[in-house]
Ligand binder design. Structure first.
Ligand code: A2P
Length: 331
């Protein structure tokens, strides 16, 4: 497989290269693409250096798949050019997610909806991915009525500039370039992506709309509050789920334990629960603090943590490519 990685010099792009190598994806050639200012730089994949090229050169090199993580504007503009050239695009940006003609895929939940005709496939928002993988088996068993989610999100979700802001503040550096409208170190900013007319942020609305689209069920009600905190290992989520039907906690644990890609870390007596510092660099989604919401019937509380650059972005995109390969939709 010839794989183009558009945004190869960025945080998610570099993670995509790592994940492709770790999972032994059958790569014959990597085609790294970035903005004009990075052309000629090199990126390393599996010990080999590859020169960064423009997207036009990348298309001429006829990759089998292009995995995009270069922002929504870039995706809107150039993903269709790749698709028209017959190259399957897996896009990490929000550009195509809510487009009714594009599939929004989390392999554990809805990969079977993909066909060879899908030339631009959208990768969901990081916060949504880790939540829906956990919701799916529970929805199938008890039917979810409503979800109340609050997030505690890593600065890595805002790209390199944000990591530099946090580290710069810690090191008391001069002339820090601000990725956020406020200091992030020693802070919590309840503002991710832009505010919408209804008072929610775009990140919060993504969690709501994308969940309904991926679960193929608009009857699931979702409300979200998304918060940026000064951590880098991954996103954490407090998820409160109300079901149509009652459940047994032991059965919930059993269902989650049997879900591919989910690991239960739930032993409060020994201080064991998911934390971003432990999720960092891992492909799995960690679930703990599994308990009943004692304030109302049929309701569950969970704490869900995953590395947003991994399952929230790179790993999910590579898993989509693996599915396409397995089903002979690429190559
Ligand atoms: P560059 O390094 O040349 O700016 P991050 O989200 O970590 O900041 O990364 C964004 C990624 O998207 C980088 O690899 C960046 O390249 C890339 N990028 C930005 N604009 C474009 C563009 N117009 N075409 C291709 N890649 C782009």
């Amino acid at each position: 497989m010839k794989i183009a990685v558009v945004g190869a010099t960025g945080l998610v792009g570099s993670e995509i290269l790592k994940v492709l190598a770790e999972r032994n994806f059958p790569v014959t050639e990597i085609i790294p693409v970035a903005s004009e200012r990075s052309v000629g730089k090199t990126v390393t994949f599996n010990g080999t250096d590859y020169k960064v090229v423009t997207y036009k050169t990348a298309i001429e090199m006829k990759p089998d798949v292009a995995i995009f993580s270069a922002g929504g504007g870039t995706s809107l503009e150039i993903a269709p050019i790749f698709a028209d050239a017959g190259i399957t695009v897996i896009d990490n940006s929000s550009a195509w997610r809510m487009d009714a003609t594009k599939k929004l895929i989390v392999p554990e939940v809805n990969a079977t909806s993909l066909t060879a005709e899908d030339k631009i496939i959208a990768n969901p928002n990081c916060s949504t991915i880790q939540m829906v993988v956990v919701m799916k088996p529970l929805h199938d068993a008890y039917k979810i009525k409503r979800v109340v989610v609050s997030t505690y999100q890593s600065v890595t979700g805002s790209g390199k500039k944000a990591v530099d802001q946090l580290m710069g503040e810690r090191e008391k550096a001069d002339n820090i370039e601000m990725a956020y409208p406020h200091k992030i170190d020693l802070n919590a900013i309840p503002h991710i992506d832009v505010f919408q007319e209804n008072g929610y942020t775009k990140e919060e609305m993504k969690m709501i709309k994308e969940t309904n689209k991926i679960m193929e069920d608009d009857s699931i009600k979702v409300t979200a509050t998304t918060v940026r905190i000064p951590t880098i290992g991954g996103h954490s989520e407090s998820v409160n789920i109300e079901f149509e039907n009652d459940f047994e906690l032991a059965k919930v644990r059993e269902l989650l334990a049997a879900t591919p890609g989910v690991i239960i870390q739930d032993d409060p007596a020994n201080n064991i629960y998911p934390m971003p510092i432990n999720a960092h660099g891992k492909d799995e989604i960690f679930v703990g603090r599994i308990r009943r919401d004692e304030s109302q019937a049929n309701t569950l509380n969970l704490w869900v943590v995953a590395d947003n650059l991994r399952k929230g972005a790179a790993t999910n995109a590579v898993q989509i490519a693996e599915y396409l390969l397995k089903e002979k939709m690429i190559g």
